[in-house]
Design a protein around this ligand. Structure first.
Ligand code: F6P
Length: 358
């Protein structure tokens, strides 16, 4: 009888998840493992279990699809992390229900594809004795212990494409366009997307900005004859003496968002320039993965299957120095990888005249 592994995708979806599933299934099948895909993240482990067999046929032709064919959720019974820094424990009853489902289905290993929160849950399952492997996933690219996550490149491509579009309308109307992008407490998407899309000002959580300096950068551009400007603001950016902008998600939970409007209002008030805001939102998470993300996702899926086969549980796939390795999940969670304000990327952006409003 074949060995069996289970896989689930958890947290916010991101381009490249299906490439991971395809890479995992192909490698696992070659190593004589059957793959069971649980639906809607950890929730699929509850009760009788909600799952399907992931075969070569089922995972054929899915690499170019956005989202995840087995569904996901960032809510439910297994939440182990509420926000940056705050952690809770997954209820014992949920862990025991998951264990019973895996036992009933004769599953020897569980692969969890998720971000910081889902990997925190994965670590708790591992500590409870469930053989677990982690695969890092997030468009935010903010996970410690992996220099790159799939989904990031696709999000950056979306920001760059949007800036290209905003550029023509901004210059036609001689306006300032403010584009608010995702990334939670990290400015990677704003920095890379802004650089690739020719932004004039980039505001990131790691560098507190001053509204007057932002306005001055726009005035300086006017003096040089540049009558339109593109401003990229990360959803987690903060003005000097300001706070993070949040919006209620429902059931008392909050998510970052809303700073774009604030920045646009301040620019208009201080410069007199006509200013518009565009909140890019979930467009950054949807659609086909870039070739980079297809390749990285495939490599992560292959490595996850190999780690299962070698029974190296408690490990998370990690990308370092252009090679795919693994690190203990415990080492990778709870620490955000932020943009170094004095790093080469920020210096490069400054060198081409981008202002960080500081
Ligand atoms: O972590 C990925 C991410 O897209 C963040 O960049 C963003 O803040 C958040 O998820 C949005 O979450 P939701 O899908 O719940 O609105």
């Amino acid at each position: 009888m074949n060995k069996r592994l289970g896989v689930l995708t958890s947290g916010g979806d991101c381009p490249g998840l299906n490439a991971v599933l395809r890479g995992l299934v192909r490698t696992a099948t070659n190593l004589e493992w059957e793959v069971i895909g649980f639906h809607d993240g950890f929730e699929g482990l509850l009760g009788d279990g909600r799952w399907e067999a992931l075969t070569m046929q089922r995972t054929s032709g899915i690499m170019q699809l956005g989202g995840t064919i087995i569904g996901t959720t960032n809510k439910g019974h297994f939440i182990a992390k509420v926000d940056a820094g705050s952690r809770t424990h997954v209820p014992r009853a949920a862990i025991e229900e998951a264990r019973a489902t895996l036992y009933r289905l004769r599953i020897d290993a569980l692969v969890v594809v998720g971000g910081d929160g889902s990997l925190t849950t994965a670590q708790q399952l591992f500590e409870a004795g469930i053989p677990t492997i982690g695969v890092p996933k997030t468009i935010d690219n903010d996970l410690e212990s992996t220099s790159m996550t799939f989904g990031f490149d696709s999000a950056v491509a979306c920001v760059a494409d949007s800036l290209d579009r905003l550029h023509t309308t901004a210059s036609s109307h001689k306006r300032v366009m403010v584009i608010e992008v995702m990334g939670r407490h990290a400015g990677w998407i704003a920095l890379y997307g802004g650089l690739a899309g020719g932004a004039d000002i980039i505001l990131i959580p790691e560098i507190t900005f001053d509204c007057e300096k932002v306005a001055q950068a726009i005035r300086d551009r006017e003096t040089m004859g540049c009558l339109s400007s593109l401003v990229v603001v990360a959803e987690g950016a903060k003005a000097r003496n300001g706070k993070e902008f949040t919006q209620e998600k429902g059931s008392g939970e909050y998510k970052l968002g809303g700073i774009g409007e604030f920045v646009a209002r301040e620019i208009a008030r201080r410069t007199g320039k006509e200013t518009r805001t565009c909140v890019l939102g979930h467009l950054q998470r949807g659609g086909a993965p870039t070739t980079m993300d297809r390749i990285l996702g495939t490599r992560f899926g292959v490595k996850a299957a190999e780690l299962v086969n070698e029974r190296r549980f408690g490990q998370m796939v990690s990308y370092q120095n252009e090679e795919v390795h693994s690190v203990p999940i415990s080492q990778a969670v709870h620490r955000l990888r932020l943009v170094p304000p004095r790093g080469q990327m920020v210096a490069t952006a400054r060198a081409v005249g981008i202002s960080f409003g500081d």
